[in-house]
Design a binder for this molecule. Sequence first.
Ligand SMILES: [Zn+2]
Length: 176
Amino acid sequence: MTSAVFVDRDGVLVEDKGYVHKLEDFRMIPNAAEGLRLLGGYKLFIITNQAGLGKGIFTMGDFNKFSSHLLKELGKHSIKIEKMYFCPHKPEDNCECRKPKTKFLKDAEMEFGINLKKSFVIGDRKSDFEMGRSMGCRTIHVLTGDGVKHKNEVTPDYFAKDLVDAAQWIIENDKK
Ligand SMILES: [Zn+2]
């Protein structure tokens, strides 16, 4: 079975001042693409909560445009994302897919034959950490996005200053 790295989107790959969805606001986080490129030996997934859809702050069209732009940008660095899982619901919808719920990890396990116990979750919030920890993934909390603000709420396997740091830790510690 295959190992994977599951990465959050907002605050980890792209800058987010709240419900980011406009192409004019698109900005990669420094070292994000470089970090993912280092992880080329893993299947890469994005798992993102997009409550802005459920709240009507932006449309599926906006989301798709923003997503395509992100994937194209990553493609320029030869990075392939196997799948982007997104939750379009509001927190109060109490759906099955919003992080920290683990539906998307289980979906990837089934669809792609991923061994979650040999996989990693990278995020900047408690919900990323909790989702990963619940399924036995190793967890990395990045200090980009909201990562500094939330760092006292989590006990990850590693605190990384950015995605390059996270990638180096994964590659180093995966053998152990
Ligand atoms: Zn959901």
